[in-house]
Design a protein around this ligand. Sequence first.
Ligand code: HEC
Length: 109
Amino acid sequence: MQTTMKNLGAMTLAAALLAGTCLFSSPAKADVAAAGATFKAKCAMCHGADGKGKASMKTPDFTSADVQKKSDADLSGVITNGKGKMPAYKTMTPDQVKDMVAFIRSLKK
Ligand code: HEC
């Protein structure tokens, strides 16, 4: 009886590990289209519909090397925490921020 219980425990552990591995090995693909829609609704008024920035808003050109050379962590940090006149988007989920960074990457020249 005791060995059976032990085996059951080991199997449960193995199943849990397997499930965990599956979760991590197949990350959801970034939803660039959804981020693009959010961008038009929430960001375009300052960053321009094409993300190239507006001189009147002093927004950076997302298609430029200057912005593209920044790390994902840098860009998501600004989106989440804001910077200067850039508002913080604390209500965006980490996934939404990740998708937004993927969208900004897609604007690269
Ligand atoms: C009220 C105007 C405004 C809105 C709305 C706005 N931004 Fe910004 N954003 C700025 C300004 C101004 C900067 C430049 C901040 C600085 O460097 O001082 C900036 C900077 C950024 C940067 C950093 C770029 C870099 O070179 O470091 C990212 C990324 C960014 N915005 C993304 C977004 C996203 C995504 C949204 C919509 C969810 C958004 N912004 C909405 C004004 C805005």
